[in-house]
Design a protein around this ligand. Structure first.
Ligand code: PMV
Length: 341
């Protein structure tokens, strides 16, 4: 007999886009990996029909948002845009899961993140898939990772207006995935990286969110379709070459291709002066490769730097960023804890 759970905590990993961000939105392949920092979402059943969201530890002071049964906000105790963005994904994840599972429950949601939010580490997808997993479990539904990944993608599409399946797939499945959005079958291929992939992540606050960065690339493409399409196509080719370099364990080649990918992202206008300084400082300190990761406009960059982690972290800090070591994690979305009354 299935025990009725009244409080469930689910967690999902953040991601680094190793190769192919932005181009993946236009159907080209990308490669991304789950990292060892996670977002935790606890969903607890309420006796009324309110949805109350507590977003704590999201790099800025916590907030409480209460949503009435009608879906109308009744109390917002913050004006921080980044937090409101994270809350928007939670609201949409609950709405989408309610519709799919035919579920209508008032719940209290607590969100906690081990990484900067809205910075290119896929936290919106991680928050979405963890909410979907926890909310559906409180409603007695056991969704598998494919279902959670597909629903997470829907949430991102509806909130941002455009999104590839990359972030939601990595948050749901974990590990490193080669994402080929144009292929219906085998669109997600795990990449076995026995190489360990020693990465340093550098962070600087973002000037604007993923949705705005996607709009900028779309506008650039509308203004110069042939040039921009050839850049997107070149990014797709870098991803294919990176896939074989990863499979053969050739870290030098992986790093070199990261540098090429960064140059192509820069030509799409999504990097910033600060990110470029962090990228170049990391290379000078001995990184094999270094690039922006995620949508850009600030946010995060990654460096592949085996045995040079300390030097590269210092170089990123001197360039004005906050650096941390990250490793790839095979753990996708999962239930951490379920409690019944
Ligand atoms: O910055 P993030 O973590 O939201 O990543 C966005 C990655 C893009 O390729 C730019 C968009 C997408 O949906 O794949």
């Amino acid at each position: 007999m299935m025990i009725k759970l009244t409080k469930v905590t689910a967690s999902a990993p953040g991601k680094v886009a190793l190769f192919g961000e932005h181009a993946v939105v236009y159907g080209y392949p990308a490669m991304a990996g789950a990292i060892d920092r996670r977002v935790y979402v606890s969903v607890e059943e309420r006796s009324d029909d309110l949805i109350k969201i507590h977003a704590m530890d999201l790099s800025v002071p916590g907030i409480v948002l209460t949503i009435g049964g009608t879906g109308k906000d009744v109390a917002v105790e913050t004006d921080y845009r980044r937090i409101m963005d994270a809350v928007g994904y939670v609201r949409k994840a609950i709405e989408v899961t309610s519709n799919i599972c035919d579920l209508k429950k008032g719940v209290t949601v607590h969100i906690r993140s081990e990484m900067p939010v809205g910075a290119g580490l896929g936290t919106s997808a991680a928050v979405s898939v963890a909410t979907i997993m926890a909310y559906s479990a409180v409603g007695g539904h056991a969704l598998n990772s494919e279902e959670v990944s597909a629903l997470g993608h829907r949430v991102e599409l509806e909130v941002q207006g455009a999104a590839s399946p990359m972030d939601s797939a990595v948050a749901a499945h974990g590990g490193i995935l080669l994402i080929r959005p144009m292929l219906r079958e085998a669109s997600l291929t795990p990449v076995k990286a026995e190489l360990g992939l020693p990465l340093v992540v550098g962070y600087t606050p973002r000037e604007c969110g993923t949705g705005e960065m996607l709009r900028r690339v779309r506008n650039l493409r509308d203004a110069a379709p042939e040039s921009v399409d050839s850049i997107l196509c070149s990014i797709g080719k870098v991803v294919s070459e990176a896939d074989s370099a990863m499979r053969s364990g050739d870290l030098r080649r992986v790093g070199m291709l990261m540098n090429v990918n960064h140059g192509l992202l820069e030509s799409l206008g999504v990097s910033t002066k600060k990110i470029n300084e962090m990228v170049y400082s990391a290379r000078s300190a001995g990184a094999l490769g270094s690039k922006l990761t995620g949508a850009g406009g600030g946010g995060c960059m990654i460096s592949l730097c085996p045995d040079r982690e300390a030097e590269v972290m210092t170089a990123i800090s001197v360039a004005g960023g906050t650096a941390f070591i990250s490793s790839i994690s095979s753990r996708g979305v999962c239930i951490e804890k379920g409690e019944s009354i």
